[in-house]
Design a protein around this ligand. Structure first.
Ligand code: F0G
Length: 471
């Protein structure tokens, strides 16, 4: 459909992110790219004509209305900051009841002063990852425009979330594309249990993403991957809850793992909009952490100098890099399977977020990720490997002096610990063959914080002795 001219009465619409294009589209269209230039699109609002709270503290009034599902939801209680849906179309399952936990234990590991490290624990969502924040928004949009089938490619969490919303609401059939053997059992079991049509593609996430885009365009199936701009509107609320947890103060750093770069794009937009609305007086800096085996953003941003550049990032740098990957037949490879992605679909949006937030990008090895994950676990909140990239990245940035000891740092724990028990058990195992099979093959040489199970005969004395020896 052609781009349309906006009038003052349009409260929400879609717009190409490239300022030189800025083509606009109705809120009722399902689109994942600009029809004029092929760029990504945003949901934008006519704030002047909308009732926006004067202060973030106004949202505290929602707490007394928790009998209303929209006020109970940790996403929709901030709906005035993403007002694209009529209340009666909202599909919510109580997502976003998450926790901002201060953790001195993890802070010590990272190298921060006491009271400066916070963990935003998104594993508490109904499907066990941050994806529910975005899924409730995309699903609501799909419902608004009458979709009956919704699809995604996934490394496991998006698919678990979509399958859950379909299973609970019965409004849509979930069709999920996963790379064969590429998702952890925790996530696969969710999709199967919730009743999604599950297509295991002989390939990896990048292949599955390519295919689902083709199929959904051809068959008119609603696509819920994070190229869907409505997904990212829901994910903005992770940052609203972080601010809420800090009594509406802006932290110095947000550290987040980078895969398809939806979160980082959404976080940048959230802070940019709050700033424009006068609801915060400064933006935090965002640090995006890649796994070393899936480090496209790091390579492009830190090594080759790719920048947003007013909406015109240098395509030659991007295409040249992808040609190199193809030439070397290099596929993404990391134990952090959630972020095992070489062709992030939100790359340009993420570059914009990096620009807005004076962001930095780092890469961390699988060994650093697993050690960081063990530290998160040992301090009480478990997470899956991809999530721990944020802690490993914060530690690295602290060592480099980019994050200061006294900075207030929020790391996003994107997914629950039980999503990927294979990685966790292999890390702690005493069985060297198992360790080598699961982790050694990925360049992990040692598990600095392994908590090995004690092997003991089925004999009372020996059990008691084992306890005396080890406690
Ligand atoms: N952490 C977890 C646990 C994830 O599942 C993902 C993405 C990310 C981080 C990366 O977030 O894409 O916004 O940069 N998982 C997607 C999926 C790709 O299919 O579940 P991102």
């Amino acid at each position: 459909m052609a781009s349309t001219v906006r009038t003052k009465t349009d409260l929400a619409y879609q717009r190409c992110i490239q300022p030189s294009c800025a083509a606009t589209y109705e809120v009722g269209e399902a689109r994942t790219s600009c029809g004029q230039c092929g760029g990504l699109v945003d949901v934008v609002y006519n704030w002047d004509a909308l009732a926006v709270p004067k202060s973030l503290t106004d949202f505290e009034q929602q707490w007394s209305r928790r009998h209303d599902p929209l006020s109970f939801s940790g996403v929709w209680r901030f709906r005035e900051l993403f007002p694209f849906a009529p209340a009666e179309k909202v599909v919510t399952i109580g997502e976003g009841q998450t926790l901002l936990q201060s953790s001195d234990g993890v802070g010590r590991y990272v190298g921060l002063q006491s009271g400066r490290m916070y963990l935003e624990y998104e594993g508490l969502n109904p499907s066990g990852s941050f994806k529910d924040n975005g899924m409730t928004a995309a699903f609501t949009h799909a419902h608004m425009i009458g979709a009956h089938r919704a699809a995604c490619a996934s490394t496991g969490n998006t698919s678990a979330s979509l399958a859950l919303y379909c299973g609970v609401s019965k409004l849509m059939q979930a069709i999920i594309f996963i790379g064969s053997g590429k998702i952890s059992y925790g996530k696969l079991s969710q999709a199967l249990d919730y009743g999604a049509l599950t297509l295991q593609i002989a390939g990896d996430f990048d292949d599955a993403m390519h295919r689902v885009s083709q199929v959904s365009a051809q068959e008119g199936i609603y696509l819920v991957n994070s190229v869907n701009p409505f997904r990212l509107e829901g994910q903005k609320t992770i940052m609203f809850r972080v601010l809420e947890g800090l009594n509406w103060q802006v932290p110095d750093w947000i550290v987040v793992p980078g895969g398809n770069l939806g979160n980082s794009s959404a976080f940048g937009k959230a802070f940019h909009e709050l700033h424009e609305l006068g609801l915060i007086d400064r933006l935090p800096r965002i640090a995006i952490i890649n796994a070393a085996g899936a480090d496209t953003l790091y390579q492009l941003y830190e090594r080759r100098g790719l920048r947003w550049n007013g909406g015109h990032p240098d395509a030659a740098i991007i295409n040249g890099y992808y040609a190199e990957l193809d030439g070397a037949n290099r596929h993404a490879s990391t134990i952090a399977s959630a972020i095992e992605i070489n062709r992030p679909v939100n790359l340009t949006k993420c570059l914009r977020a990096l620009e807005w937030t004076r962001g930095v990008v780092r890469e961390v090895t699988d060994e650093q990720i697993l050690d960081a994950k063990a530290q998160v676990g040992a301090n009480g909140l478990g997470c899956e490997p991809a999530s721990a990239a944020s802690i490993a990245g914060a530690k690295l940035l602290r060592e480099e002096g980019i994050i200061a000891r006294g900075d207030r740092v929020v790391a996003i724990l994107t997914g629950h610990q039980l999503k990927d028990p294979t990685a966790t058990v292999a890390y702690h195992t005493h069985d060297q063959a198992e360790f080598n099979r699961v982790l050694g093959s990925r360049g992990v040489n040692r598990a600095a914080f392994a908590n090995r199970a004690v092997q003991v005969e089925n004999n009372l004395d020996q059990i008691v002795r084992a306890i005396q020896l080890n406690s």
